[in-house]
Ligand binder design. Structure first.
Ligand SMILES: Cc1cc2nc3c(=O)[nH]c(=O)nc-3n(C[C@H](O)[C@H](O)[C@H](O)COP(=O)(O)OP(=O)(O)OC[C@H]3O[C@@H](n4cnc5c(N)ncnc54)[C@H](O)[C@@H]3O)c2cc1C
Length: 385
């Protein structure tokens, strides 16, 4: 199978690290819904999670394509970067819109691994996909913002020191557009007491460390406002292309993992006296999954190319995320089918990866919302919501 091999040295180093975290490690965590602390620590110590932090702030100052290669390789080796990928793109909000003091205070500590910025709190139970309808408020009181409200599906909060929080600082009835009046706060969760910040884990079909978060008069220093008050929606949007590209890379890694496992099994497993993959009914779905993965990968490379050329590849980043999520899901389905009954056995890891890769049809953005983006912003069709 032909693999695109940008950044071969980085991929090689990531692959070596991943070899210490075999399927058995992930299966054990999956059963207990436990966090892969050792894996995240190893990635942090190796500097992979600070790939996008500039060298002047202690990071490796790598390009987005290098970060994409890291995440793809993690998934290609059967591991799961969902436990920590947010640190790569969440940090971008601070990097692009934070003050110099904020960057000097936090980024070197994050790069060192002394501080974790893994939590990104946007979604709420009542607003869902309609981000601008969120209800969590922050009201200035002296030198602090006082935060009240609730978030849902906020991943990794229990394994993070800092949280990027999107909340409303100007009431909805006082703004001209719904997207105005939202602000980004950097919340240091270590300073919060249990009453003002309550975190409740949500058990999900895969091991994802996601939570509900309740804010009850949580005081956040006003100096932790990122950028200007009221401009938060724009700041969050500005990181979306990078986020889409990084998630698409993980999906491509997953798809390659499923395809490789299906090819290996299809060659080895003999039924009716010959390898099952000698049957076109078995090999064609594998070939189809490969075709989908390669097409998505080409779109991903185009999105990365434009991003690194300084353009704003909204169309390509969204296409790459959607096609890659579709490719990984199609490959997952094919891989289970190729393995017959063994696809359902825990010890093969396929059912676990199948559950894990399903998420990307819904989060961090659902397929429908990407289609809406393409319809409205690329095809100039009327806005549907
Ligand atoms: C495991 C997990 C981890 C997550 N981690 C985070 C996180 O760390 N931080 C965070 O902020 N959020 C996180 N999310 C939230 C995730 O981004 C949302 O679940 C997702 O954006 C969809 O929102 P919703 O669940 O409220 O669905 P809803 O908005 O209720 O939508 C339900 C369905 O309806 C569709 N739909 C809604 N409106 C329209 C429309 N106008 N047109 C067409 N279809 C529509 C959607 O596509 C979706 O399929 C996570 C979610 C999960 C499941």
């Amino acid at each position: 199978m032909k693999y695109e091999q940008s950044h071969p040295e980085i991929r090689d180093a990531v692959a070596k690290l991943c070899a210490d975290f075999p399927g058995e490690y992930w299966r054990k965590l999956d059963r207990a819904q436990a966090y892969p602390t050792e894996f995240v620590t190893a990635l942090t110590d190796a500097g992979f999670l600070s790939a996008l932090i500039p060298e002047e702030f202690g990071g490796s100052g790598l390009t987005l394509s290098a970060a994409a290669a890291i995440l793809e390789e993690i998934h290609l080796k059967g591991c799961n970067a969902a436990a920590c990928h947010a640190q790569m793109y969440t940090m971008g909000t601070l990097l692009r819109h934070g003050s110099n003091v904020q960057k000097q205070t936090y980024l070197p500590e994050i790069a060192k691994g002394a501080l974790r910025l893994q939590a990104f709190a946007v979604t709420e139970p009542s607003s869902g996909t309609d981000t601008s309808a969120l209800r969590t408020t922050a009201v200035l009181d002296g030198d602090d913002y006082v935060v009240n409200g609730q978030k849902i599906w906020i991943s990794r909060t229990q394994h993070s020191d800092l949280m990027i929080l999107l909340c409303r600082t100007t009431p909805l009835d006082q703004v001209a557009k719904k997207t105005q009046g939202l602000s980004v706060l950097l919340v240091d969760m270590r300073e919060a007491d249990e009453k003002s910040l309550t975190i409740r884990p949500i058990r999900t079909m895969m091991n994802h460390a996601t939570t509900e978060v309740f804010f009850d008069n949580l005081r956040v220093p006003a100096k932790n406002l990122i950028g200007q008050e009221g401009k938060g929606f724009r700041y969050i949007l500005s990181g979306m292309n990078a986020e889409r590209i990084l998630i698409a890379s993980e999906c491509i890694g997953d798809a390659k993992w499923f395809i490789k496992r299906a090819c290996d099994y299809g060659r080895d497993r003999k039924v009716f006296g010959r390898p099952i993959a000698q049957n076109q009914g078995v090999q064609f779905p594998i070939a189809q999954a490969y075709a989908k993965m390669r097409s998505a990968e080409l779109m991903l490379h185009e999105a990365i190319r434009l991003y690194e050329a300084g353009e704003n590849p909204g169309e390509e980043a969204n296409l790459a995320k959607m096609l890659a999520a579709d490719a990984s899901w199609a490959a997952a389905e094919m891989c289970v089918q190729t393995h017959g009954g063994f696809g359902f056995a825990e010890e093969y890891d396929i059912e676990r990866k199948f559950r894990e890769t399903r998420l990307y049809q819904v989060a961090p953005i659902s397929t429908n919302l990407i289609l809406s983006y393409l319809a409205e912003h690329v095809l100039d069709l009327p806005r549907s919501y």
